[in-house]
Design a protein around this ligand. Structure first.
Ligand SMILES: [Fe+2]
Length: 443
C-alpha cells in the first residue's frame, strides 16, 4: 500500500459517530470486511443442512456448499457409538453436485442421500471431498411408531438475519434441543438470490442445522422478479433447490415447494402459496383423503387470515380453506405479515375480510408469526385469541399421541402464547386455551 493510501485510511478511522446519545469512535485503520470475503466458498464444506426428500424413518438428505474446485462431494454415515469405533463401519455415499452462480460467486452445491436407515436410530455423518471433511455430527431417524416429538416453527426471518435472527434460532435450540425439525414458513431471506443473505441464514443455524433437519416452504422473497419486459415474471430462486433437498411428491413443477411427509403420527404438508394455488387443490385433496395419521399440520407463507391491513389473500382462502375444513386439518402455520396472530378453531365460509367466520367447536387453528426483526402494523380482530406486534417469536409444537401442545415464545425465551388440542376420534378436537396472564404486546 502506498503512503497516501495509509494516510487516507487513518483519516477515515478518526470519524466519530454519534448515535443514541453515545459517541462511538471507529477503530483506526479498520474498514468493513467485504461480503465477498465473508461468504466466499472454499474447499471446506459450509452451509451444511439436513433435510428430507423421502421417509424420515429410513432416510436423511444432507446438502452443503464448496468452491467449484470440489467436483465430487462425499458423505459418510455410520450408526452412532459412544466412541470413535463407528468410523470403522462407516459407509460412503457420493453426492450429486450442481454449480450455482450468484452475483458474488460460483459455488458447487453437493447433496447426498442416506437411504436404508433404521427407524428411531442415532447416526453420525460427515461430508467433504475425501480430504477436507466437516466434523462428525449426529442426527436421529424418526420412529416407525407414533411416539411423541417436538418441532420448532419460525415465521419470516428475512431481514438483518445475522444481527437479529441468529439469537432466535439459537434460543429455540436451547429451549428445544431435542426438536426433530425446524419448520420455516417462508421468507427465510429478503433478496431471493443474495448469496450473502443465505450465508447469514446458514450461519445463524450453524451446527444445529447438522443435527436438526429443516422443513421449509417458500415465501415471496424466495422468488426473483423480472419486471422487464412486462408483465412481471416470478421464478423461484435457484438457491432453493440447490440448498434444500426436499420431497418431490408435489404437483408437477412445484416439486420441493409443495410436498408432504409423515412424522410419527403427523402428516406435515407444505403448500406453495406463491404460484399455481388452484392447481394444488386436487393434489391436496388426494393426500388428505388418504391420510392415516392422527394429526395434520399444513404450512405455507401467505396467510388465510391476514393479520395486517390490506394484505388479504382471498384466492388462497377460497381455494384451500374449504379443503382444510372438509378434511379437518388441525393446525396451519404461516408467515408473511410480520406480526403474531393466532386463532381459535375456525371454519371458513369464504367470507370477505372483516366479516364473520364460524368459530368455536370445530375447525382449524391458524397461526401467523414472525421470527425476524422486520415488523408491520397489526390489525387486531375478534378472530385472534392472542396477537402481538413488534415482537419476534419462535414456536415449539409437540405432538404426543392424542394431544398437540403449542407454545409460542418471545425471542427472549419467555412464554407468550399456548394452547393444547385434544384429539377426539368421534368428533372435533377439543381446544384448551393456556394463554399466559401477561398483557398482549400491541404497541
Ligand atoms: Fe412474505
Amino acid at each position: 500500500m502506498r503512503m497516501s493510501n495509509v494516510i487516507q485510511v487513518v483519516t477515515i478511522g478518526l470519524i466519530v459517530c454519534s448515535g443514541g446519545g453515545m459517541n462511538v469512535a471507529l477503530a483506526e485503520g479498520v474498514s468493513a470486511i467485504p461480503i465477498s470475503d465473508l461468504h466466499r466458498p472454499t474447499l471446506s464444506p459450509d452451509r451444511v443442512i439436513l433435510t428430507w426428500t423421502k421417509d424420515p424413518k429410513t432416510s436423511q438428505a444432507v446438502t452443503w456448499r464448496t468452491s467449484p474446485a470440489v467436483t465430487k462431494g462425499i458423505a459418510q454415515i455410520a450408526e452412532s457409538t459412544p466412541n470413535k469405533d463407528f468410523v470403522k463401519t462407516s459407509k460412503e455415499v457420493i453426492a450429486t453436485t450442481q454449480p450455482l452462480k450468484s452475483k458474488l460467486f460460483e459455488s458447487h452445491y453437493h447433496s447426498a442421500e442416506f437411504d436404508g436407515l433404521k427407524p428411531a436410530t442415532k447416526y453420525l455423518f460427515r461430508v467433504g471431498d475425501g480430504t477436507n471433511w466437516t466434523e462428525w455430527s449426529q442426527f436421529v431417524t424418526a420412529s416407525d411408531q407414533p411416539e411423541p416429538f417436538s418441532f420448532v416453527y419460525f415465521g419470516d426471518a428475512q431481514n438483518d438475519i445475522k444481527e437479529h435472527w441468529s439469537r432466535v434460532i439459537r434460543e429455540s435450540f436451547t429451549d428445544a434441543p431435542k426438536a426433530r425439525f425446524f419448520l420455516h414458513a417462508g421468507d427465510l431471506i429478503n433478496n431471493a438470490s443474495a448469496d450473502d443473505e443465505w450465508g447469514d441464514w446458514h450461519r445463524a443455524g450453524g451446527w444445529a442445522n447438522m443435527m436438526i433437519p429443516s422443513v421449509a416452504t417458500p415465501g415471496n422473497h424466495e422468488y426473483e422478479v423480472r419486471t422487464n419486459p412486462a408483465p412481471p415474471k416470478y421464478s423461484l430462486t435457484p438457491f432453493w433447490r440447490a440448498q434444500f433437498a426436499l420431497p418431490t411428491n408435489g404437483p408437477a413443477g412445484l416439486e420441493e415447494t409443495a410436498y408432504w411427509m409423515d412424522y410419527q403420527g403427523a402428516r406435515i404438508i407444505s403448500l406453495n402459496s406463491n404460484e399455481n394455488v388452484t392447481e394444488q387443490v386436487p393434489w391436496l385433496e388426494g393426500i388428505l383423503a388418504d391420510n392415516p395419521n392422527k394429526w395434520t399440520i399444513v404450512t405455507f407463507h401467505h396467510p388465510i387470515y391476514s393479520a395486517a391491513p390490506k394484505r388479504d389473500n382471498p384466492i388462497i382462502r377460497k381455494n384451500w380453506q374449504p379443503i382444510f375444513d372438509r378434511f379437518h386439518v388441525d393446525l396451519v402455520l404461516q408467515g408473511h405479515d410480520h406480526t403474531y396472530a393466532r386463532t381459535g378453531m375456525v371454519m371458513g365460509q369464504n367470507v370477505a375480510e372483516g366479516t364473520t367466520t364460524q368459530s368455536g367447536k370445530s375447525g382449524t387453528v391458524y397461526v401467523v408469526s414472525v421470527s425476524g426483526p422486520k415488523m408491520y402494523d397489526l390489525a387486531r380482530n375478534d378472530r385472534m385469541v392472542r396477537a402481538a406486534s413488534n415482537t419476534q417469536l419462535y414456536q415449539i409444537i409437540t405432538v404426543d399421541g392424542g394431544e398437540l401442545r403449542y407454545r409460542a415464545h418471545l425471542a427472549t425465551g419467555e412464554l407468550y402464547d399456548a394452547f393444547m388440542l385434544k384429539k377426539n376420534d368421534k368428533g372435533p378436537n377439543e381446544l384448551i386455551e393456556q394463554v399466559p396472564a401477561t398483557p398482549e404486546r400491541l404497541d
